[in-house]
Write a protein that binds this ligand. Structure first.
Ligand code: ZN
Length: 165
């Protein structure tokens, strides 16, 4: 009897082990626990999601993702200097932290801290990995149907992967 393998597809919860490198430097990896995401709901970068579509448990692949399918192209004037008191003074502001501002159309615009001193904070509206070609070495370790709640929320509920707003 032929067993049909479940494939990564729209609406499936897919678990992957991955290692992300840029020019051979390891940027991020899944470690002990695989990353679980809801396929087709923007949980991972579009180029990786596209290349995982149709893959099954046990499949391994290297996905090379250009900026336009990753974190976007880098915009030249994305950096901005703000006074330190534009941020909560009781909070430690450190390089790499992510914040969000309200844009002109009430949309939420994310930005990242480039540097911070006692007086000045330099922020960048480019994602830190914008403009980079991303190489993901991926192994698919799980594909399952989501719970009704997960589907309603558009994200996965698993230990370590759940962060409600
Ligand atoms: Zn939830």
């Amino acid at each position: 009897m032929v067993e049909t393998k479940t494939q990564a597809a729209e609406g499936k919860v897919v678990s992957i082990h991955y290692k992300l490198t840029i020019d051979g430097t390891v940027i991020d990896e899944s470690g002990d626990h695989p990353l679980a995401y809801l396929h087709g709901h923007g949980g991972i970068v579009p180029g990786l999601e596209r290349q995982l579509t149709g893959k099954s448990v046990g499949d391994k692949l290297r996905a090379v993702v250009p900026p336009d399918e990753g974190y976007g192209e880098r915009l030249g004037d994305g950096q901005k200097s703000l006074p330190r008191n534009a941020f909560p003074l009781e909070e430690d502001i450190e390089e790499g932290m992510q914040f969000a501002a309200e844009g002109p159309d009430d949309d939420i615009v994310p930005f990242w801290i480039v540097s911070a001193t006692a007086d000045e904070v330099v922020v960048d509206f480019n994602h830190p990995l914008a403009g980079e070609t991303l190489t993901f070495d991926v192994e698919i370790v799980g594909v399952r149907d989501p719970s009704a709640e997960e589907l309603a929320h558009g994200h996965v509920h698993e230990p370590g992967s759940h962060h409600h707003h």
